[in-house]
Design a protein around this ligand. Structure first.
Ligand code: AMP
Length: 615
């Protein structure tokens, strides 16, 4: 089969707390996880704004405690959601989020001394840009094509918003695939090659902010999802929050001070809690030490694994309820599962292993694939499959995570496509007008499981003009869901053989073309600024290296003593000037360093030339 995409194609796992990028390496016949500029294979999903630059990844996370209100994380918890739906998160974030147009959340930051607002799509786009650049550096070639993963439980708005973020990042999003499906591909390829017998695989994916489970069957190269379940708001950060609250209360009790209103102290406490949580995955007790946590008072304490489990038990049980729901939906018995595969950083928590083993009646859990990298690995395999000729095709059959339907009289949810239906799929249904001479009909499309339509997620509201006719005029509504789970709607009215077809897409929920163009332009401006900063850093480094070299030369007795006093004075003056330039670099342009370096080199070369000629 001809491949549709030209050029390199990468797989990106855009995580709540960490992101990871991978690419298929034909020569090794495997996907390669690409390390970032710090040498790390995963990159924190953090973006920070300072008085003079924007930082992404490790650099942003490292300065979070000193710049909490301008360090943005959790964009994945914001993307594709409405302001009214994120009220609980807002209480916990040290950065400001306000309601923008159409109740879309706007993230407020202070950048270069000015207040600026960003959509979650823009922050995600910055992270995707970083991952694209990491890949481009590794491949030594520009990268455009990407497969991006999302939690299986992401709704339609969240998926579309992720595609928009990819577009803003200058990527051609070849496909959006579900994280557990990507992990299953990685598992199938790494551990079950030549799987000719049908195997039932259960993927348990608990990350930093989202939880997904997925039940699939693998046979040959066909990956068929049977059912998914999850919660886009459950993960490692919730466990960190619980531990943080525990220590905030303890600090209040023991030291009589309340740190809950201090974002800097909370950030430092959060970092320590996250570290302690990781330790508790292999030790039974972890210490917490934070110097001068608040008003110069230190925090020095510890937490046992038992306490950690106790304060999070309801969340762990919530995970297990979701596991159970997946089996109920699939109609499959848990005893028919061949492999239980754990992925996502939080799947390392021992209590969850115990609960899962109990659920699967003592079955061994598969923890042999890297839980932080499996999703990006699978995405890279899929990306290669779409673009590299030599990769065998994998057939993915996914399902929709939430039921889709319309609102009918009495605010009732009329489900057209039940959750866990395989996609792609097209479903049509005919409705009838219920009054004479109705001039238009309003079609409301919802996603969710409540029988009361308005309690579900409103995907779109469409008005269709009708010709004057007695009641009972048929209107056909068509739901077409593509292989990425993205919904396209059409409504059509048929009278006297006259067909009127209207393609409807839910533009109100998505970014407008103008907004997208503005974001793309802004992303290009940011990239240009980053390049400018990189050039400046290089020019400064070059000058610094040369300065060190000259200092060595003039302090070398054999050479230094031969330089004539006039030249020596000039060189000393240039050394001082270089140092001053480097120390007070903030406002100088790149060319100042480049020009000065040239002048400096000429001066030193001329002095050395005179020595060599015995002048
Ligand atoms: P992911 O989104 O898959 O990158 O997972 C990130 C989450 O995994 C973060 O909340 C981490 O704190 C958590 N995590 C990573 N390693 C461990 C560990 N050893 N024990 C518990 N949680 C972990």
């Amino acid at each position: 089969m001809a491949k549709k995409y030209e050029g390199p194609a990468i797989g990106i796992d855009l995580g709540t707390t960490y992101s990871c990028v991978a690419v298929w390496q034909e020569q090794n016949n495997r996907a390669e996880i690409i390390h970032n500029d710090q040498g790390n294979r995963i990159t924190p999903s953090f973006v920070a704004f300072t008085h003079d630059q924007r930082l992404i990844g490790d650099a942003a996370k490292n300065q979070a405690a000193s710049n909490p209100s301008n360090t943005i994380y959790d964009a994945k918890r914001l993307i594709g959601r409405k302001y009214k739906d994120i009220q609980n998160d807002i209480q916990l974030w040290p950065f400001k989020v306000i309601a923008g147009i159409d109740d879309n959340p706007w993230i407020l930051v202070n950048y270069k001394g000015k207040e600026k607002h960003f959509f979650a799509e823009e922050i995600s786009a910055m992270l995707l840009t970083k991952m694209r650049e990491i890949a481009a550096k590794f491949l030594e070639s520009p990268v455009k094509n990407a497969v991006i993963t999302v939690p299986a439980y992401f709704n339609d708005s969240q998926r579309k918003a992720t595609v928009d973020a990819g577009t803003v990042a200058g990527l051609n999003v070849m496909r959006i695939i579900n994280e557990p499906t990507a992990a299953a591909i990685a598992y199938g390829l790494q551990k079950r090659t030549n799987c000719t017998e049908k195997r039932n695989i259960f993927i348990f994916d608990l990350g930093g902010g989202t939880f997904d489970v997925s039940l699939l069957t693998i046979k040959n190269n066909v990956f068929e999802v049977k059912a998914v379940a999850g919660d886009t708001h459950l993960g490692g950060e919730d466990f960190d929050n619980r531990m943080m609250n525990h220590f905030v209360e303890e600090f209040k009790r023991k030291k009589k001070v309340d740190i809950s209103g201090n974002p800097g102290s909370l950030r430092r406490l959060r970092n320590s809690c996250e570290r302690a949580k990781r330790i508790l995955s292999f030790a039974v007790v972890a210490t917490i030490e934070v110097n001068a946590l608040f008003q110069g008072i230190d925090l020095s304490s510890s937490i046992t694994r038992a306490k950690f489990e106790d304060i999070n038990m309801d969340l762990f049980e919530k995970c297990m309820d979701i596991v159970n729901r997946c089996f109920v939906d699939s109609g499959m018995d848990k005893s028919s599962v061949d492999d239980v595969v754990l992925i996502g950083g939080s799947s390392r928590i021992p209590k969850l292993h115990q609960l899962l083993q109990e659920f699967f009646e003592g079955k061994e859990l598969c923890m042999s694939i890297n839980p932080d990298e499996a999703v990006a690995y699978g995405a890279a395999v899929h990306a290669a499959m779409l673009s590299v000729k030599s990769i065998p095709n994998i057939l993915l059959r996914d399902v929709i995570p939430l039921s889709l339907g319309t609102s009918i009289k009495g605010d009732i949810m009329d489900v057209l496509v039940p959750r866990n239906t395989s996609v792609p799929i097209t479903k049509k249904k005919t409705y009838f007008t219920d009054v004479d001479n109705q001039s238009r009909v309003l079609i409301k499309v919802y996603e969710g499981e409540s029988s009361i339509a308005s309690e579900n997620n409103l995907l779109g509201l469409f008005s269709l003009s009708l010709p004057l006719a007695p009641r009972g005029l048929p209107i056909q509504v068509c739901f077409a869901i593509d292989k990425d789970g993205i919904l396209n709607l059409s409504a059509e009215e048929e009278t006297g053989g006259n067909k009127k077809n209207i393609m409807l897409t839910n533009e109100k929920e998505r970014l407008s073309t103008e907004e997208l163009e503005r974001m793309i332009q802004e992303a290009e401006n940011f990239e240009a600024e980053d390049t400018k900063l990189e050039h400046k850093a290089k020019a400064m480094n070059d000058l610094n290296d040369y300065l060190c070299h000259v200092r060595k030369v003039i302090s070398d007795n054999d050479v230094g003593s031969l330089i004539c006093p006039v030249d020596k004075l000039k060189i000393y003056t240039a050394v001082v000037k270089s140092q001053n330039l480097l120390d007070g670099n903030k406002h100088e342009e790149t060319h100042v360093f480049v020009d000065f370096l040239k002048e400096f080199q000429n001066m030193v070369d001329s002095a050395l030339y005179k020595i060599s000629k015995g002048v």
